[in-house]
Ligand binder design. Structure first.
Ligand SMILES: *Cc1c(COP(=O)(O)O)cnc(C)c1O
Length: 451
Protein backbone atom coordinates (compact mmCIF):
# COMPACT_ATOMS: atom_id res chain seq x y z
CA UNK A 1 0.00 0.00 0.00
CA UNK A 2 1.21 3.47 -0.77
CA UNK A 3 1.53 5.42 2.44
CA UNK A 4 1.15 8.72 0.70
CA UNK A 5 2.06 11.62 2.89
CA UNK A 6 -1.16 13.43 2.04
CA UNK A 7 -3.02 12.21 5.05
CA UNK A 8 0.01 12.70 7.25
CA UNK A 9 0.50 16.37 6.71
CA UNK A 10 -2.90 17.48 7.96
CA UNK A 11 -2.72 20.29 10.49
CA UNK A 12 -4.26 18.16 13.20
CA UNK A 13 -2.29 14.92 13.12
CA UNK A 14 -4.59 13.14 15.57
CA UNK A 15 -6.56 11.32 12.97
CA UNK A 16 -7.64 7.93 11.75
CA UNK A 17 -4.10 6.83 11.07
CA UNK A 18 -3.46 3.25 11.86
CA UNK A 19 0.21 2.51 12.30
CA UNK A 20 1.31 -1.05 11.71
CA UNK A 21 4.64 -2.59 12.63
CA UNK A 22 6.34 -5.28 10.60
CA UNK A 23 9.20 -7.58 11.55
CA UNK A 24 12.51 -6.73 9.91
CA UNK A 25 12.91 -10.47 9.28
CA UNK A 26 9.61 -10.36 7.36
CA UNK A 27 8.45 -13.79 8.52
CA UNK A 28 5.76 -12.60 10.96
CA UNK A 29 2.39 -10.90 10.63
CA UNK A 30 2.07 -7.13 10.98
CA UNK A 31 0.86 -5.88 14.35
CA UNK A 32 -0.33 -2.63 15.89
CA UNK A 33 1.46 -0.66 18.61
CA UNK A 34 -0.29 -2.58 21.38
CA UNK A 35 0.80 -5.97 20.06
CA UNK A 36 4.33 -4.79 19.35
CA UNK A 37 4.64 -3.44 22.89
CA UNK A 38 3.30 -6.57 24.54
CA UNK A 39 5.40 -8.93 22.41
CA UNK A 40 8.65 -6.97 22.39
CA UNK A 41 10.10 -9.06 19.60
CA UNK A 42 8.30 -10.55 16.61
CA UNK A 43 7.74 -14.34 16.59
CA UNK A 44 10.43 -14.67 13.89
CA UNK A 45 12.87 -12.97 16.32
CA UNK A 46 13.01 -9.84 14.17
CA UNK A 47 12.72 -6.31 15.49
CA UNK A 48 9.50 -4.45 14.83
CA UNK A 49 9.71 -1.46 12.51
CA UNK A 50 6.99 1.12 11.75
CA UNK A 51 5.17 0.56 8.47
CA UNK A 52 5.80 4.13 7.43
CA UNK A 53 7.61 7.12 8.90
CA UNK A 54 5.14 9.87 9.73
CA UNK A 55 5.93 13.30 8.28
CA UNK A 56 5.61 16.17 10.73
CA UNK A 57 3.39 18.94 9.55
CA UNK A 58 5.16 22.09 8.47
CA UNK A 59 3.49 24.28 11.08
CA UNK A 60 4.69 22.00 13.84
CA UNK A 61 8.26 21.86 12.56
CA UNK A 62 8.36 25.64 12.41
CA UNK A 63 6.75 26.41 15.74
CA UNK A 64 7.32 23.50 18.08
CA UNK A 65 9.77 25.55 20.12
CA UNK A 66 6.74 27.49 21.36
CA UNK A 67 5.19 24.30 22.73
CA UNK A 68 5.66 22.61 26.10
CA UNK A 69 7.70 19.39 26.29
CA UNK A 70 4.48 17.49 26.95
CA UNK A 71 2.79 18.81 23.84
CA UNK A 72 5.83 18.11 21.71
CA UNK A 73 6.09 14.58 23.03
CA UNK A 74 2.41 13.96 22.41
CA UNK A 75 2.53 15.23 18.84
CA UNK A 76 5.65 13.19 18.06
CA UNK A 77 4.50 9.87 19.51
CA UNK A 78 0.80 9.95 18.65
CA UNK A 79 1.11 8.69 15.04
CA UNK A 80 3.11 5.70 16.27
CA UNK A 81 0.52 4.80 18.87
CA UNK A 82 -2.40 5.25 16.50
CA UNK A 83 -5.74 4.26 17.92
CA UNK A 84 -4.38 1.81 20.49
CA UNK A 85 -4.45 4.36 23.31
CA UNK A 86 -7.14 7.06 23.63
CA UNK A 87 -5.92 10.62 23.32
CA UNK A 88 -6.53 11.70 26.91
CA UNK A 89 -4.77 8.64 28.30
CA UNK A 90 -1.82 9.07 25.96
CA UNK A 91 -1.56 12.67 27.11
CA UNK A 92 -1.38 11.55 30.72
CA UNK A 93 1.23 8.89 29.90
CA UNK A 94 3.35 11.39 28.04
CA UNK A 95 3.18 13.98 30.80
CA UNK A 96 4.25 11.38 33.37
CA UNK A 97 7.10 10.40 31.03
CA UNK A 98 8.62 13.86 30.54
CA UNK A 99 8.03 15.17 34.04
CA UNK A 100 11.62 16.17 34.75
CA UNK A 101 13.83 18.93 33.33
CA UNK A 102 15.96 18.24 30.24
CA UNK A 103 18.07 21.39 29.99
CA UNK A 104 20.58 22.28 27.29
CA UNK A 105 23.66 23.57 29.13
CA UNK A 106 26.51 25.41 27.45
CA UNK A 107 29.87 23.82 28.28
CA UNK A 108 32.24 25.99 26.22
CA UNK A 109 32.24 27.99 22.99
CA UNK A 110 31.61 24.96 20.76
CA UNK A 111 29.77 22.41 22.89
CA UNK A 112 26.38 22.30 24.62
CA UNK A 113 25.23 19.39 26.76
CA UNK A 114 21.66 18.12 26.68
CA UNK A 115 21.32 16.76 30.22
CA UNK A 116 19.18 13.64 30.14
CA UNK A 117 20.01 12.57 33.70
CA UNK A 118 17.54 14.48 35.85
CA UNK A 119 15.09 11.57 36.09
CA UNK A 120 14.82 9.21 39.05
CA UNK A 121 17.59 6.80 38.09
CA UNK A 122 19.89 9.48 36.68
CA UNK A 123 20.14 8.17 33.12
CA UNK A 124 18.28 8.73 29.88
CA UNK A 125 16.79 5.23 29.98
CA UNK A 126 14.22 6.64 32.43
CA UNK A 127 12.25 8.13 29.54
CA UNK A 128 11.85 4.90 27.58
CA UNK A 129 11.18 2.83 30.69
CA UNK A 130 8.55 5.23 32.03
CA UNK A 131 6.75 5.43 28.70
CA UNK A 132 6.77 1.70 28.13
CA UNK A 133 5.62 0.85 31.66
CA UNK A 134 2.61 3.09 31.39
CA UNK A 135 1.64 1.88 27.92
CA UNK A 136 1.93 -1.73 29.03
CA UNK A 137 -0.03 -0.93 32.20
CA UNK A 138 -2.82 0.41 30.03
CA UNK A 139 -2.74 -2.52 27.60
CA UNK A 140 -2.94 -5.23 30.27
CA UNK A 141 -5.93 -3.78 32.08
CA UNK A 142 -8.30 -6.14 30.27
CA UNK A 143 -5.97 -9.12 30.58
CA UNK A 144 -7.19 -12.01 32.72
CA UNK A 145 -3.72 -13.14 33.76
CA UNK A 146 -1.41 -10.86 35.69
CA UNK A 147 1.50 -9.75 33.51
CA UNK A 148 5.06 -10.50 34.58
CA UNK A 149 7.86 -8.45 33.10
CA UNK A 150 11.09 -10.42 33.19
CA UNK A 151 14.40 -8.69 32.60
CA UNK A 152 18.11 -9.38 33.07
CA UNK A 153 20.34 -6.42 33.77
CA UNK A 154 24.03 -5.67 33.93
CA UNK A 155 23.23 -2.47 35.79
CA UNK A 156 21.44 0.54 34.36
CA UNK A 157 18.48 -1.01 32.60
CA UNK A 158 17.27 -2.73 35.76
CA UNK A 159 17.08 0.50 37.73
CA UNK A 160 15.20 2.36 35.01
CA UNK A 161 12.76 -0.52 34.53
CA UNK A 162 12.23 -0.94 38.29
CA UNK A 163 11.54 2.75 38.75
CA UNK A 164 9.40 2.97 35.62
CA UNK A 165 7.13 0.05 36.57
CA UNK A 166 7.02 0.75 40.29
CA UNK A 167 3.41 0.81 41.46
CA UNK A 168 1.93 0.11 37.97
CA UNK A 169 -1.21 -2.01 38.60
CA UNK A 170 -1.46 -5.62 37.42
CA UNK A 171 2.20 -5.91 36.47
CA UNK A 172 4.89 -7.78 38.39
CA UNK A 173 8.49 -7.06 37.50
CA UNK A 174 11.26 -9.60 38.08
CA UNK A 175 14.79 -8.31 37.62
CA UNK A 176 17.75 -10.69 37.50
CA UNK A 177 21.16 -9.24 38.22
CA UNK A 178 24.60 -10.81 38.69
CA UNK A 179 25.64 -10.83 42.34
CA UNK A 180 28.56 -8.53 43.10
CA UNK A 181 28.77 -7.26 39.51
CA UNK A 182 26.57 -4.16 39.68
CA UNK A 183 27.48 -1.00 41.55
CA UNK A 184 26.05 -0.26 44.98
CA UNK A 185 23.88 2.55 43.60
CA UNK A 186 22.58 0.28 40.86
CA UNK A 187 21.80 -2.50 43.33
CA UNK A 188 19.89 -0.11 45.59
CA UNK A 189 17.87 1.11 42.61
CA UNK A 190 16.77 -2.47 41.91
CA UNK A 191 16.25 -3.86 45.35
CA UNK A 192 14.82 -1.20 47.64
CA UNK A 193 11.50 -0.40 46.00
CA UNK A 194 9.42 -3.47 46.92
CA UNK A 195 5.72 -3.59 46.01
CA UNK A 196 5.52 -5.08 42.49
CA UNK A 197 9.28 -4.97 41.88
CA UNK A 198 11.15 -8.20 42.67
CA UNK A 199 14.96 -8.26 42.62
CA UNK A 200 16.68 -11.59 42.04
CA UNK A 201 20.37 -11.77 42.88
CA UNK A 202 21.93 -14.51 40.78
CA UNK A 203 25.15 -16.26 41.79
CA UNK A 204 26.60 -15.95 38.31
CA UNK A 205 27.39 -13.58 35.46
CA UNK A 206 25.20 -11.25 33.40
CA UNK A 207 25.30 -13.82 30.61
CA UNK A 208 23.91 -16.44 33.03
CA UNK A 209 21.06 -14.06 33.92
CA UNK A 210 20.28 -13.50 30.26
CA UNK A 211 20.36 -17.22 29.55
CA UNK A 212 17.90 -17.90 32.39
CA UNK A 213 15.53 -15.24 31.07
CA UNK A 214 15.72 -16.64 27.54
CA UNK A 215 14.85 -20.11 28.78
CA UNK A 216 11.91 -18.75 30.74
CA UNK A 217 10.43 -17.26 27.57
CA UNK A 218 10.67 -20.62 25.80
CA UNK A 219 9.21 -22.68 28.66
CA UNK A 220 5.76 -24.16 27.97
CA UNK A 221 4.61 -24.57 31.58
CA UNK A 222 5.54 -21.01 32.45
CA UNK A 223 3.74 -19.56 29.46
CA UNK A 224 0.60 -21.43 30.49
CA UNK A 225 0.76 -20.12 34.06
CA UNK A 226 1.99 -16.59 33.46
CA UNK A 227 1.77 -13.88 30.87
CA UNK A 228 5.49 -13.24 30.49
CA UNK A 229 6.95 -10.29 28.61
CA UNK A 230 10.26 -8.45 28.52
CA UNK A 231 11.22 -4.83 28.95
CA UNK A 232 14.09 -5.20 26.56
CA UNK A 233 15.53 -2.07 24.96
CA UNK A 234 14.41 -3.22 21.51
CA UNK A 235 10.76 -2.82 22.54
CA UNK A 236 9.15 -0.15 20.35
CA UNK A 237 7.66 1.50 23.44
CA UNK A 238 11.17 2.06 24.82
CA UNK A 239 12.74 2.94 21.50
CA UNK A 240 10.30 5.45 20.00
CA UNK A 241 9.97 7.98 22.87
CA UNK A 242 13.71 8.61 22.68
CA UNK A 243 12.88 10.81 19.70
CA UNK A 244 11.76 13.44 22.22
CA UNK A 245 15.36 14.25 23.16
CA UNK A 246 16.12 15.55 19.70
CA UNK A 247 13.12 17.88 19.70
CA UNK A 248 14.01 19.17 23.17
CA UNK A 249 17.58 19.76 21.96
CA UNK A 250 16.41 21.63 18.86
CA UNK A 251 13.91 23.65 20.91
CA UNK A 252 16.68 25.04 23.12
CA UNK A 253 19.30 25.41 20.38
CA UNK A 254 20.45 29.00 20.26
CA UNK A 255 22.64 28.64 17.19
CA UNK A 256 19.62 28.85 14.88
CA UNK A 257 21.88 30.03 12.06
CA UNK A 258 24.26 27.08 12.50
CA UNK A 259 23.54 23.59 11.19
CA UNK A 260 22.31 21.39 14.04
CA UNK A 261 24.74 18.60 14.85
CA UNK A 262 24.04 16.17 17.71
CA UNK A 263 26.51 13.65 19.09
CA UNK A 264 25.03 10.61 20.86
CA UNK A 265 26.95 8.27 23.18
CA UNK A 266 26.03 4.91 21.64
CA UNK A 267 25.99 1.23 22.59
CA UNK A 268 22.97 -0.69 21.36
CA UNK A 269 22.31 2.37 19.13
CA UNK A 270 18.63 2.59 20.09
CA UNK A 271 18.91 6.22 21.12
CA UNK A 272 20.69 7.42 17.97
CA UNK A 273 18.33 5.33 15.84
CA UNK A 274 15.46 7.33 17.40
CA UNK A 275 17.33 10.52 16.47
CA UNK A 276 17.60 9.37 12.86
CA UNK A 277 13.88 8.64 12.90
CA UNK A 278 13.08 12.15 14.16
CA UNK A 279 15.26 13.52 11.35
CA UNK A 280 13.44 11.39 8.74
CA UNK A 281 10.15 12.75 10.08
CA UNK A 282 11.25 16.25 9.24
CA UNK A 283 13.03 17.60 12.33
CA UNK A 284 15.86 19.70 10.95
CA UNK A 285 18.93 18.00 12.30
CA UNK A 286 21.83 18.30 9.90
CA UNK A 287 23.91 15.47 11.17
CA UNK A 288 24.06 12.87 13.92
CA UNK A 289 27.20 11.34 15.39
CA UNK A 290 27.34 7.86 16.91
CA UNK A 291 29.95 8.33 19.64
CA UNK A 292 31.48 4.98 20.57
CA UNK A 293 34.14 3.76 22.97
CA UNK A 294 36.63 1.01 22.03
CA UNK A 295 33.67 -1.10 20.88
CA UNK A 296 33.90 0.21 17.35
CA UNK A 297 31.53 -1.90 15.23
CA UNK A 298 29.60 1.16 14.05
CA UNK A 299 32.59 3.40 13.24
CA UNK A 300 34.19 0.60 11.26
CA UNK A 301 30.93 -0.08 9.43
CA UNK A 302 30.70 3.58 8.44
CA UNK A 303 34.20 3.32 6.97
CA UNK A 304 34.07 -0.09 5.32
CA UNK A 305 30.38 -0.80 4.74
CA UNK A 306 30.99 -4.19 6.38
CA UNK A 307 29.11 -5.08 9.55
CA UNK A 308 31.37 -7.20 11.71
CA UNK A 309 30.03 -7.97 15.21
CA UNK A 310 32.71 -8.42 17.84
CA UNK A 311 33.04 -9.67 21.36
CA UNK A 312 32.52 -6.64 23.60
CA UNK A 313 35.51 -5.16 25.43
CA UNK A 314 35.28 -3.57 28.88
CA UNK A 315 35.71 0.21 29.08
CA UNK A 316 35.02 3.00 31.59
CA UNK A 317 31.87 3.94 29.64
CA UNK A 318 30.48 0.47 30.30
CA UNK A 319 26.85 1.07 29.29
CA UNK A 320 28.22 1.25 25.74
CA UNK A 321 30.26 -1.96 25.88
CA UNK A 322 28.31 -3.63 23.10
CA UNK A 323 29.90 -5.78 20.40
CA UNK A 324 26.78 -6.45 18.31
CA UNK A 325 24.38 -3.50 18.68
CA UNK A 326 20.83 -4.82 18.57
CA UNK A 327 19.22 -1.75 16.99
CA UNK A 328 21.67 -1.50 14.11
CA UNK A 329 19.33 -3.46 11.82
CA UNK A 330 16.74 -0.73 12.37
CA UNK A 331 19.19 1.90 11.11
CA UNK A 332 19.91 -0.15 7.99
CA UNK A 333 16.17 -0.68 7.46
CA UNK A 334 15.49 3.05 7.71
CA UNK A 335 18.06 3.76 4.99
CA UNK A 336 17.15 0.75 2.82
CA UNK A 337 20.69 -0.53 3.36
CA UNK A 338 22.04 2.40 1.33
CA UNK A 339 25.26 3.35 3.03
CA UNK A 340 25.72 6.51 0.94
CA UNK A 341 22.42 7.88 2.22
CA UNK A 342 23.30 6.87 5.75
CA UNK A 343 26.62 8.68 5.52
CA UNK A 344 24.76 11.91 4.72
CA UNK A 345 22.99 11.64 8.06
CA UNK A 346 25.46 9.88 10.30
CA UNK A 347 29.13 9.83 11.25
CA UNK A 348 30.76 7.71 13.91
CA UNK A 349 33.96 7.84 15.95
CA UNK A 350 35.73 5.61 18.43
CA UNK A 351 37.23 7.16 21.57
CA UNK A 352 39.74 5.49 23.92
CA UNK A 353 39.50 5.38 27.71
CA UNK A 354 42.63 7.55 27.93
CA UNK A 355 41.08 10.28 25.77
CA UNK A 356 37.85 10.00 27.77
CA UNK A 357 39.62 10.48 31.11
CA UNK A 358 41.64 13.37 29.80
CA UNK A 359 38.48 15.11 28.58
CA UNK A 360 36.71 14.65 31.92
CA UNK A 361 39.68 16.21 33.72
CA UNK A 362 40.16 19.07 31.27
CA UNK A 363 36.52 20.03 30.88
CA UNK A 364 36.17 20.11 34.65
CA UNK A 365 39.31 22.18 35.17
CA UNK A 366 38.83 24.56 32.25
CA UNK A 367 35.06 25.00 32.18
CA UNK A 368 33.80 23.78 35.57
CA UNK A 369 31.56 21.20 33.89
CA UNK A 370 31.63 17.59 35.04
CA UNK A 371 31.16 15.00 32.28
CA UNK A 372 30.34 11.36 32.93
CA UNK A 373 32.40 8.86 30.87
CA UNK A 374 29.59 8.36 28.31
CA UNK A 375 28.99 12.08 27.87
CA UNK A 376 32.75 12.55 27.51
CA UNK A 377 32.79 10.14 24.56
CA UNK A 378 29.96 12.19 23.05
CA UNK A 379 31.83 15.43 23.68
CA UNK A 380 35.04 14.21 22.02
CA UNK A 381 33.23 12.76 19.01
CA UNK A 382 31.44 16.06 18.52
CA UNK A 383 34.79 17.83 18.59
CA UNK A 384 36.20 15.51 15.93
CA UNK A 385 33.26 16.08 13.63
CA UNK A 386 33.22 19.87 14.06
CA UNK A 387 36.95 20.04 13.29
CA UNK A 388 36.61 17.80 10.27
CA UNK A 389 33.71 19.81 8.84
CA UNK A 390 34.96 23.18 10.00
CA UNK A 391 31.80 23.92 11.98
CA UNK A 392 31.59 26.18 14.99
CA UNK A 393 29.27 24.48 17.46
CA UNK A 394 27.10 21.49 18.31
CA UNK A 395 25.30 19.47 20.94
CA UNK A 396 26.18 16.23 22.72
CA UNK A 397 23.78 14.15 24.81
CA UNK A 398 24.82 13.71 28.45
CA UNK A 399 23.26 10.28 29.01
CA UNK A 400 24.04 9.73 32.71
CA UNK A 401 24.81 11.71 35.84
CA UNK A 402 28.57 11.58 36.61
CA UNK A 403 27.87 10.33 40.15
CA UNK A 404 26.75 7.00 38.67
CA UNK A 405 30.39 6.50 37.71
CA UNK A 406 31.98 8.08 40.76
CA UNK A 407 34.75 5.45 40.89
CA UNK A 408 35.99 6.68 37.50
CA UNK A 409 35.23 10.36 37.84
CA UNK A 410 36.22 11.23 41.41
CA UNK A 411 39.94 10.31 41.10
CA UNK A 412 40.15 12.39 37.91
CA UNK A 413 38.89 15.57 39.52
CA UNK A 414 40.28 14.86 43.00
CA UNK A 415 37.08 15.38 44.90
CA UNK A 416 33.93 13.54 45.83
CA UNK A 417 30.54 14.15 44.23
CA UNK A 418 27.33 14.40 46.24
CA UNK A 419 24.51 12.01 45.49
CA UNK A 420 21.46 13.81 44.12
CA UNK A 421 18.25 13.53 46.14
CA UNK A 422 16.39 10.65 44.41
CA UNK A 423 19.40 8.39 44.85
CA UNK A 424 20.54 9.60 48.28
CA UNK A 425 17.14 8.58 49.63
CA UNK A 426 17.56 5.00 48.36
CA UNK A 427 20.96 4.52 49.97
CA UNK A 428 19.37 4.34 53.43
CA UNK A 429 16.75 1.77 52.46
CA UNK A 430 17.40 -1.95 53.04
CA UNK A 431 18.11 -4.19 50.06
CA UNK A 432 15.49 -6.88 49.52
CA UNK A 433 16.51 -9.53 47.00
CA UNK A 434 15.89 -13.23 46.43
CA UNK A 435 19.20 -15.10 46.22
CA UNK A 436 19.35 -17.69 43.50
CA UNK A 437 21.87 -20.08 41.91
CA UNK A 438 22.41 -19.56 38.18
CA UNK A 439 20.04 -22.32 37.08
CA UNK A 440 16.83 -22.10 35.11
CA UNK A 441 15.02 -24.54 37.41
CA UNK A 442 15.44 -22.17 40.37
CA UNK A 443 14.05 -19.28 38.34
CA UNK A 444 11.13 -21.41 37.19
CA UNK A 445 10.27 -22.46 40.75
CA UNK A 446 10.39 -18.86 41.84
CA UNK A 447 8.21 -17.59 38.98
CA UNK A 448 5.61 -20.27 39.71
CA UNK A 449 5.24 -18.87 43.22
CA UNK A 450 4.28 -15.50 41.71
CA UNK A 451 1.51 -16.89 39.52
C1 LIG B 1 22.35 2.64 27.64
C2 LIG B 1 23.32 3.77 27.70
C3 LIG B 1 23.95 4.29 26.55
C4 LIG B 1 23.79 3.65 25.18
O1 LIG B 1 22.53 3.87 24.64
P1 LIG B 1 22.06 3.01 23.37
O2 LIG B 1 20.67 3.46 23.10
O3 LIG B 1 22.13 1.57 23.81
O4 LIG B 1 22.99 3.29 22.26
C5 LIG B 1 24.74 5.41 26.67
N1 LIG B 1 24.96 5.98 27.87
C6 LIG B 1 24.39 5.51 28.99
C7 LIG B 1 24.68 6.18 30.29
C8 LIG B 1 23.54 4.40 28.96
O5 LIG B 1 22.98 3.93 30.10
Amino acid sequence: MDHSSKRLTVIHPISILYMKYYSINRQSPEVNFKEATIRGQAPDKGLYFPGYIPKLDAGFVKNFDQLSNEEIAFRVIQPYVGDTIPEEILLRIVSETVNFPIPLVRVNEWASSLELFHGNTLAFKDIGARFMSRCLGYFVKDQSKKVTVLVATSGDTGGAVADGFYGVDDIDVVILYPSGKVSMVQEKQLSTLGKNIHAVEVAGSFDDCQQMVKQAFMDQTLSQQLFLTSANSINVARWLPQQFFYFFAAKQWSGKHDPLVISVPSGNVGNICAGLLARQSGLSINHLIAACNANDVVPSFMKSGQYRPQKSVATISNAMDVGDPSNFVRILEMFNNKIDDLQQALSSYTISDEETKKAIREVYNDHGYLLDPHGAVGYLSLQKYLQQENLSQGIFLETAHPVKFYDVVEPLIGKSIDLPEPVARLMNLPKVAVQMPATFSSLKDYLMTLS
